[in-house]
Ligand binder design. Structure first.
Ligand SMILES: Cc1cc2nc3c(=O)[nH]c(=O)nc-3n(C[C@H](O)[C@H](O)[C@H](O)COP(=O)(O)OP(=O)(O)OC[C@H]3O[C@@H](n4cnc5c(N)ncnc54)[C@H](O)[C@@H]3O)c2cc1C
Ligand code: SF4
Length: 327
């Protein structure tokens, strides 16, 4: 591992604009540094910043600090009661020990689990080293994405939490350095936060250098709504998703009044399916409708030889989540 300096951030304002790399729980970053994938020369520890609270907002929404640990979000009484999809998604990920360290901000910025990205000796990787090629396209790609891919990168976005946040239409609060008239503060809807790989897979999100995520805001939960997270994977725990689905639904008189559908394990970013939602709103909540929505969700899929199974798996995952969320 390359040597680096270490300092504790004194305040949110001072941390923002730092040229160092933020470290929160360290569960992603330290691994990548040990593997030689990331080699920051300066680490800025943000664990002492006052970003560890979950607060109810006057509008009934929730503000989650970037340093709140994944386990604390998942087990928070309001989250469990009113944002069950988030609680379920978090509890389906990693292990209890990891969730006790991992933070809300760090989870948003976790990197892909593509093995070629994580092993610098494994060959070209446009995400790790722009312009070096994509070893996964010609090599092993069973775990890779089928939605949002490009000929430069097919890496899956790995987070469960972000799929739930996408279905909840979360808003990310960011602190930058200052010349925007709002003291450097800005917000980005999660649907606009992640970039598709396109020709620049190393550019993963809309954060500017030095910007610090301070909070994640959840809008008020829909009245009478039901939320579900379904995760399908190779083993029952401690495994990333092959396919997952987060659904937030309101059903009245057997018909779907409103619905949001997001998918994990199949997209290059947490994948909101407006196509599925359009196929569901106003329709009777039944198996025929669910299958039609699942077909719509995967219509643009571009599978490769090893990951073609994900297309049907994802359809079944979406259909199952819809059935559970509308029961
Ligand atoms: C063995 C293992 C299994 C896992 N399984 C799953 C799983 O099944 N599902 C799942 O979703 N995840 C899984 N994870 C990933 C885990 O959720 C992440 O490692 C964790 O959420 C990262 O949070 P952290 O606080 O440790 O981030 P760190 O490692 O501290 O940071 C990660 C990145 O975020 C940046 N960063 C952190 N906080 C901020 C901030 N506030 N503002 C700006 N930048 C910031 C850092 O600079 C770094 O680039 C697994 C991880 C491991 C190691
Ligand atoms: S899929 Fe993306 S992360 Fe994986 S090798 Fe190709 S460019 Fe790298």
């Amino acid at each position: 591992m390359q040597s680096f300096t270490y300092e504790k951030a004194g305040s949110v304002e001072k941390a923002a604009g730092s040229s160092g790399k933020f470290i929160a729980g360290g569960t992603t970053l330290v691994d990548l540094m040990k593997m030689g994938v990331e080699a920051p020369t300066a680490l800025v520890d943000i664990s002492g910043l006052p970003l560890g609270q979950i607060e109810t907002l006057p509008n009934g929404g929730l503000m989650i600090g970037a340093m709140v640990r994944n386990s604390d979000v998942a087990n928070h009484a309001t989250v469990a009661a009113h944002y069950a999809v988030l609680s379920e998604a978090l509890l389906s990920g990693a292990s209890p020990q990891l969730r006790n360290m991992a933070t809300t901000g760090g989870n948003l910025l976790q990197r892909t689990r593509c093995p070629y990205f994580r092993d610098p000796s494994a060959g070209g990787c446009n995400k790790r080293m722009p312009g070096s090629g994509c070893s996964a396209i010609e090599g092993h790609h069973r775990m890779m994405a089928v939605l949002g891919t490009s000929d430069k990168c097919i890496a899956t976005h790995p987070s469960d939490m972000c799929v739930a946040l996408t279905a909840l239409e979360a808003v990310i609060h960011i602190q930058g350095t200052g010349s925007n008239g709002n003291g450097g503060k800005r917000t980005v809807a999660i649907g606009d936060f992640y970039k598709l790989p396109g020709d620049t897979p190393h550019v993963e999100n809309s954060l500017e250098p030095g910007e610090l995520i301070t909070h994640v805001e959840l809008p008020p939960p829909a009245k009478g709504g039901k939320q579900v997270y379904v995760k399908l994977r190779d083993r029952a725990s401690y495994e990333f998703a092959l396919s997952s689905a987060a659904v937030v639904a309101v059903v009245e008189g057997g018909h779907i009044k409103s619905i949001r559908v997001a998918m994990g394990g199949v997209g290059t970013r947490p994948w909101r399916s407006h196509e599925a939602e359009a196929a569901l709103v106003g329709k009777a909540a039944n198996a025929v409708t669910f299958r039609a929505a699942a077909e719509a969700a995967l219509k643009g899929a571009k599978p490769l030889p090893e990951n073609g199974f994900k297309v049907e798996l994802a359809k079944r995952c979406v259909a199952r989540a819809l059935k559970m969320a509308t029961a």
